[in-house]
Each structure stands twice: as structure tokens, then as C-alpha cells.
Ligand binder design. Structure first.
Ligand code: SF4
Length: 552
């Protein structure tokens, strides 16, 4: 279908209103103010900065553990402590090793788990607050608009096409159809988070890949309200061991928040071998550990979410500049996978991008040569120092937890080098092993409805909403593979790794079929990452759809 699109022009278009995108917008607006006040030419305007956010409001799709290292925010908003919605400073940090029935506290908290000086926050609340500052600075922030495709022009990009609204499930326009806009910009900044759909297109088309492919972990999280006194606000615990099998990378977290709230979750590396492994179920088991159960008993589930986390670090960072644009935040791999912290780097990368963009606008040149100043600024910032010291961390776990801990110890004393530098890895889906006679479980995990839950109950608590009558945003490029090969070779792992019960193999009159319950999708991107045949392409649904991670 050919559609006429309204064209809008901006100086700068930022896709994604997470910490990176918002920091870029706010810092650029501040820089423009100073630039104009100095009388320098050309005069610029914050109104020519557009930010697109696919969630129903700023913060709706923001999910993190989340402990924030305040360095980035302190640079962006020096008096942030006066107004930012910080939940609580970290007051006590601990690391535990779990067996199924016991918890052993490490006598000394290992340095990566030390969190004094950091804050437990709700990333959703924090970005909502930042969004308010961005709007007050004069920037145009559009929620419920997804970047559907890039406008490729010459050797680079010239903006994005936003999502069409009002298409039915067969791809036909409904009465309320509105064509997406053609948003053209001198500079387009991709700040989509982990495994961004536009970033994926761009990296592949412009060949921006680095030494290693990006690898990921998945974090599955619940927010609970517990009985008073069970967990002190500011108490932070990280766990290793059960229920994550030793041949896998992973661990749990428990963070005490104000008002008897507890953030807890499990992270596992998306390079595991067992195609029937189920991260959601593993997290539910985590809550049954006596140490965790004791905290949660008598409490109630408030919210649920899941998200992929970029874990490849420095050696998986794509080239972050190209003609007409930059990549920042999680999309650019700015996350310390050892400390599981990226908010401060996302903010800093957004600020450094803003400084690069101001120089480019003043010069009137958005070519790659000018925008190459961005990675040079990154090199001189704390981002490089921090990422360089953990450049081989996640890769060191590719042969399991014990080898990983040994590698991590060596890297700790050798400034990140370890025995081999760089450690080369393959994309995570290649680690999945075929069933070889193993049978999928006869029954799926149901939970007890009090402490543990099935996926649909959890999806309900994610606030996820999509209009059912729209094209499915999970493009499975060859459904025959699902029923002819995948069922036999891998047992349809999409049914297990998806934490939102989206994929379901059904049988009708003897015919097997893949049913895609796309309305459940919490936008974690795991299917796009882990599908063994790489035939799942996650594209944004109609803007405004997806989870609502309010308070997460
Ligand atoms: Fe995550 Fe894919 Fe499931 Fe959506 S369909 S929740 S992106 S695994």
C-alpha cells in the first residue's frame, strides 16, 4: 500500500525517551541556550529537537533493577538530589551464594557488588521526571510514536518514518487510519535501548559491527509490597547459584525500597545451551528459596516486567557514528555487565552526543567525519575507563559459571585483560543445543498464585496493552520452520524463553501451528535475540502499545 505522508523537518531527531535520549535532548537544549546567549551564530532552537517515545507516556517502557550510580545524573542536573524521584540511597550491600535450601553470605562483599553511594530508583519514575525537564526546556517530545523505519539517504540516514496508526490485523486501513510521518532531520540519534529495531537495521546495512557480536542477558523482575520490617529500604543483595544451573551465567537481586516495596529479579545470560530453559520459571523458583520466601510471605505482587540487557560491552559496541546520526545508551552497548549498571553511562553518552551535535549544527555539517567526535569524547569520559576494565567480563562466562568466576578474578587483577584479550564470542542463539531425544515438559509451570505465578498472571501485572486489531508486530519469516524443523530440533524454545506467553504451539485437527499472542508482548526482545534460526523480527507495534512499568 502506498501512502502519502506528511513531512516534518527537525534539526535533531532522537528515537527513544529513555535516560540516554532524554539526557541528549536536555543537555542539547541547555547548550543551545548558552550558545544563543553568547550571540554566536547560527541561532539555534530547542524546538527543533524532536524526541519520539513508543510508550503511552514517558517511563512506560523503562525497566531496570535499578540501582543508579549518580555520576551521569550529577553531570546532567547538578542539583538532582533536590527534585529527582530517588527512592533511597543504598545503606547495606551483601552478596550471597544460594543452594536450593541455604544462603551463604560472602564475608566481604566483592567490589562489583558494592553499591554504597548509589541509589535504588524506579527507572520509570526517573525518566518521567527527566521527561518533564525536557519538555520544560522547549524540546518537542512525542509519546505514542514509534520509529518504524529509517530514511536511508546517500551513505547515511536522514530521519525516520513513524508508525502508521489504525491498520487492522490484515494490514488494511481502518476508519481511524493515520499515516506515519516522514520525520526528516539533520541528525538522527538512536536511543532505543537494547536490541533496538532501527539500530538492528542500521548496524546491518551500514556494517557497523565490532569485533564481537552483541550478546545479551534477560532480566525478569517483580516489584512487591511486603510486610513492614521485612526488608530495610536501601538493603541491596545480589545472589549467585541456585536456581541458575552452573553451566549458565546468571544471578538474582533483592533491593529494599521505601514504603515496604522490594524490587527483585533474576538475570540470565542469553547464551545458554538448554533450549527448554525458561527464565520466567527460574525466577519464580528463585522466590521459593527460604531466604527470599521469608521476605515475601504475606506480601503482594505489584508489578512485573522483563527486558533484554546488552552484555557485550566494549568489544561489542557498534560504530556509534555515521553520516547523519549517532547511536547512544544501551543501543550502543554502554552498560557495565559486571556491575549490571548502565543508567549513568546512558545519561553520559546522551550528554556527549549532545555536545557533538551542537558542534555539528554550528558547523552545518552532519557527516560521519564531524560526528566522529562522539566516540573520541566517549574515550575521554568515565564510560571508556569503566567499560575497558570489564571488556572481557561477560565473554568469560561462555563456558559456565565456574570458568567465568575464575576469568573475572583474573580480569580484576589485570585491569580487565585476563588470560585472553579480547575473548571472542558468537551470537547467543548459536549456543542453543538440539534436543537429542530430550522431551519438553508435559506441563507448564503454574505457580501457587501467592508467591509464584504463571506468565499470564505476571503479564497482567505488567500493565501490557495492545490493540488486538493491528498487524502482528512479531514477524516470523518462515512459519514452516517452526512446525517442520524447530519442533524436532529445539522443541520450539520460543515457548520457554518468552517471559510473556506470546508463543504457543497449538494443534488443530492434527495440524501443528504456531500461535502468536502478540498482545501479551512486554517488548523484552528476547525472541529477536534467541530464535535459533533468526527468523523472528521484532518490529514496533502501533505506538502507545506495550507494558506500563509505572513505579518499576
Ligand atoms: Fe519478549 Fe518476544 Fe515475548 Fe515480546 S514476544 S515478550 S519481545 S520474547
Amino acid at each position: 500500500m502506498t501512502v502519502a505522508r506528511e513531512q516534518l523537518e527537525a534539526d535533531v531527531l532522537i528515537v527513544g525517551a529513555g535516560p540516554a535520549g532524554l539526557a541528549c535532548a536536555l543537555h542539547l537544549a541547555n547548550l543551545i541556550k548558552t550558545h544563543n546567549a553568547s550571540g554566536a551564530k547560527p541561532e539555534l532552537s530547542a524546538e527543533n529537537i524532536y524526541v519520539l517515545e513508543k510508550g503511552r507516556e514517558v517511563g512506560a517502557h523503562q525497566l531496570s533493577g535499578a540501582i543508579m550510580d549518580p555520576r551521569g545524573l550529577a553531570d546532567l542536573v547538578p542539583d538532582f538530589e533536590k527534585t529527582a524521584p530517588l527512592d533511597t540511597p543504598v545503606t547495606d550491600d551483601a552478596a550471597f551464594f544460594f543452594t536450593e535450601k541455604s544462603a551463604w553470605r560472602f564475608p566481604i562483599t566483592p567490589p562489583p557488588f558494592k553499591n554504597r553511594g548509589n541509589y535504588v530508583v524506579s527507572l520509570s519514575k526517573l525518566t518521567k521526571w527527566l521527561g518533564g525537564l525536557v519538555e520544560a526546556s522547549g524540546v518537542n517530545l512525542f509519546t505514542q510514536f514509534a520509529g518504524a523505519s529509517l530514511i536511508f539517504e546517500g551513505p547515511g540516514i536522514a530521519g525516520v518514518i513513524t508508525d502508521d496508526k489504525g491498520m487492522d490485523k490484515n494490514g488494511q486501513p481502518k476508519d481511524n487510519f493515520t499515516a506515519g510521518y516522514e520525520l526528516r532531520a539533520k541528525i538522527t540519534v538512536l536511543a532505543e535501548g537494547a536490541r533496538g529495531s532501527l539500530t538492528k537495521q542500521l548496524v546491518s546495512r551500514l556494517k557497523l559491527d565490532n569485533l564481537n557480536p552483541q550478546v545479551y542477558s534477560i532480566g525478569v523482575k517483580e516489584l512487591w509490597e511486603v510486610q513492614p520490617g521485612r526488608v530495610q529500604p536501601g538493603f541491596v543483595a545480589h545472589t549467585l547459584g541456585w536456581p541458575v544451573p552452573f553451566e549458565m551465567y546468571g544471578g538474582g537481586w533483592i533491593y529494599g525500597m521505601q514504603n515496604n516495596r522490594v524490587s527483585l529479579g533474576l538475570v540470565v545470560g542469553l547464551e545458554y545451551h538448554d533450549s527448554l530453559f525458561d527464565p520466567h520459571e527460574a525466577f519464580q523458583k528463585f522466590k521459593t528459596h527460604p531466604f527470599v520466601r521469608k521476605m515475601l510471605e504475606g506480601g503482594k505482587l505489584v508489578r512485573y516486567g522483563a527486558k533484554a540487557i546488552p552484555a557485550g560491552g566494549w568489544y561489542a559496541m557498534p560504530r556509534t557514528f555515521f553520516d547523519g546520526g549517532l547511536i547512544i545508551g544501551d543501543s550502543a552497548s554502554f552498560l557495565d555487565s559486571q556491575k549490571l549498571k548502565g543508567i549513568h553511562m546512558a545519561i553520559k553518552s546522551g550528554m556527549l552526543a549532545a555536545e557533538t551535535i551542537l558542534e555539528a549544527l554550528v558547523k552545518g555539517d552532519a557527516a560521519a567525519g564531524t560526528l566522529a567526535a562522539f566516540p573520541r569524547k566517549v574515550e575521554q569520559s568515565f564510560i571508556k575507563k569503566q567499560l575497558w576494565s570489564v571488556r572481557n567480563f561477560h565473554q568469560g562466562f561462555q563456558h559456565g559459571m565456574l570458568a567465568g568466576l575464575f576469568n573475572a578474578g583474573l580480569q580484576q587483577v589485570s585491569g580487565g585483560r585476563g588470560l585472553v584479550d579480547p575473548i571472542r564470542v558468537h551470537a547467543g542463539h548459536l549456543a542453543l543445543r538440539q534436543l537429542n531425544g530430550r522431551k519438553p515438559p508435559a506441563e507448564r509451570f503454574k505457580g501457587d498464585g501467592k508467591l509464584t505465578f504463571d506468565r499470564l498472571t505476571d503479564v497482567y501485572h505488567s500493565g501490557t496493552r495492545h490493540d488486538d486489531d493491528q498487524p502482528c508486530h512479531l514477524h516470523v519469516l518462515d512459519m514452516n520452520i517452526c512446525v517442520d524443523r524447530c519442533v524436532r530440533e529445539f522443541g520450539n524454545p520460543c515457548q520457554y524463553y518468552c517471559p510473556a506467553a506470546v508463543y504457543e504451539m497449538t494443534e488443530e485437527r492434527g495440524e501443528r501451528k504456531l500461535k502468536i499472542n502478540f498482545a501479551n508482548c512486554v517488548h523484552c526482545k528476547t525472541c529477536d535475540i534467541m530464535d535459533p534460526y533468526q527468523i523472528v523480527d521484532w518490529v514496533p507495534p502501533e505506538g502507545g502499545g506495550g507494558p506500563n512499568y509505572e513505579g518499576m
